[in-house]
Ligand binder design. Sequence first.
Ligand code: SF4
Ligand code: SF4
Length: 177
Amino acid sequence: MAEKEKKMIKTIRIDVDKCNGCRACEMICSAFHASPKYSSNNPARSRIRIIREPLKDIYVPVYAGEYTVAECAGRDKYTIDGKEYDECAFCRASCPSRDEFKEPDSGLPLKCDMCEGEEEPLCVKWCMHDALILEEREEEVEEQEEQEDLEIGLGSLADKFGVDKLMDALARMSEKE
Ligand code: SF4
Ligand code: SF4
């Protein structure tokens, strides 16, 4: 059986009723993750996206979650205030069947990293309406190796182009150095 360890878990509580769709969270997230940091601002690179229905005053923040190799079988529908949404609309996964939560240039998956290195997630800090609230609690979790971002990125490239092409490209790149 896997060993258990105590870990501080950070989560963000979303209060949909307080979100006014200003998208400040998307802007700061994309700027923080630009390379170099804060050099550009493109909401398509954000790890949080706001589903917006201004005419109905509906705004729903959704965070980028895990990368998934295959699309799921879920095809449920949600009806909110008379408008129908696909289940995929609220999904957190970076998945092959849609463009959300993918780096626009490379197609690499995006995942919220809670603004690693920052005291407080920047989307929480920049949300002036308290729609995003940081919560911390200690939990017993099974010890497991976190999959590195690099590994996740390479895995998704291998899925997209095949391992052979990926290896060829890496070999060519190392020859150029
Ligand atoms: S910053 Fe806050 S209010 Fe503005 S879109 Fe994001 S969650 Fe909503
Ligand atoms: S916690 Fe940081 S990485 Fe995650 S969505 Fe908010 S700003 Fe982006």
